[in-house]
Design a binder for this molecule. Structure first.
Ligand code: ADE
Ligand code: ZN
Length: 326
């Protein structure tokens, strides 16, 4: 009867979440105060009012500015734990979280401060909420290949605690090919690979992510639907797409949610999942990303069951752990 209640109660995994994108305005003020960082905003209301985006870059500019308040290991731990608390309330039992080390190392925050803080938050979430999680290191694609290699080097002491590398930030003009070598190096070190592709960029970028980065998942992938041969390839390879409905809406990838492709993706046999991307900026955590589609595209209980199943089969959990969740 109550689909929103059913969604909340159903165990789910989240596979596309930028931890810096879970920084709520209230927390931004708190961290700015305790770290004595100057914020250009005067109030939480003023921050929220600035969250009007017409494309990805509008959001990224504000997102990188917001992250400047994060300085200490405690900040990263508190940020992660606050995310896990909200995700837990939405029925998320496993999360694979992205972090953008370059956003922090480029302003003098050591890689270890970021990683140790996030890992402490992940350990606390397991202890307090029984949630499991994995860490995915994302390279910023607007920066160059050398910077990505330097970041992979920074990560070396942590490679046993990092599951995968990813690729995010400004997509158009920064194709996956730019990072083919660093992804190959990451693969050689035993890391899995994911990449944002086909959010604003063309289907050719999705092909490149598959061919040149050898990705295990595609983040977003919306524009793959423009290329029937690509769709066929994604279906045949059981490729997981980490779709983010409220992000798509707020960044005008899908200005009208009635045109959201999620249901079409499922009908085509694509392994689509529902995720929150940057929940503090886009208006909701995983639960809200499911419920936002109920009315606009007629998401059903069966669709929700499929999506939750896909979230586990598409995860990097070992097969026996996946089986336990299905
Ligand atoms: N960084 C954080 N969120 C992102 C998104 N949706 N696309 C690209 N880069 C991002
Ligand atoms: Zn993203």
């Amino acid at each position: 009867a109550d689909l929103a209640g059913f969604i909340r109660g159903l165990p789910k995994a989240e596979l596309h979440l930028h931890i810096e994108g879970s920084l709520e305005p209230e927390q931004m003020f708190e961290f700015a105060r305790r770290n004595r960082v100057d914020l250009s905003y005067k109030s939480v209301e003023e921050i929220r009012a600035a969250y009007e985006f017409s494309r990805l870059q509008d959001f990224l500019d504000i997102y990188y500015a917001g992250a400047q308040v994060l300085l200490t290991e405690a900040d990263f731990r508190d940020l992660a734990l606050a995310y896990f608390r909200r995700a837990h309330a939405d029925g998320v039992v496993h999360a694979e979280i992205f972090f953008d080390p370059q956003t922090h190392t480029d302003r003098g925050v050591p890689f270890a401060t970021v990683a140790d803080g996030l890992l402490a938050g992940m350990a606390a979430a397991e202890r307090d909420f029984g949630m499991t999680s994995k860490l995915i290191l994302c390279f910023l694609r607007h920066l160059d290949e050398d910077a990505a290699f330097a970041t992979l080097k920074d990560a070396e002491p942590y490679l046993d605690r990092i599951e995968a590398v990813g690729l995010d930030s400004s997509e158009v003009g920064h194709p996956p090919s730019k990072f083919a070598r660093v992804f190959a190096a990451a693969a050689a070190q035993g890391l899995k690979r994911v990449a944002h592709a086909g959010e604003e960029g063309p289907p050719a970028y999705v092909h490149e992510a598959l061919d040149l980065l050898q990705v295990d998942r595609i983040d977003h992938g919306n524009r793959a639907l423009e290329d029937p041969a690509l769709v066929e390839r994604l279906v045949a390879s059981n490729m997981t797409l980490t779709v983010c409905p409220l992000s798509n809406h707020k960044l005008c990838v899908t200005p009208d949610l009635r045109a959201h492709p999620l249901k079409r993706m499922l009908a085509l046999g694509l392994r689509a999942t529902v995720n929150s991307d940057d929940p503090a900026y886009f208006g909701g955590y995983v639960g809200a990303n499911y419920t936002a589609l109920i009315e606009p595209i007629g998401l059903t209980r069966d669709d929700v069951l499929t999506l939750a199943r896909n979230s586990f089969t598409g995860s990097f959990l070992p097969q026996d752990a996946i089986d336990k969740h299905l």
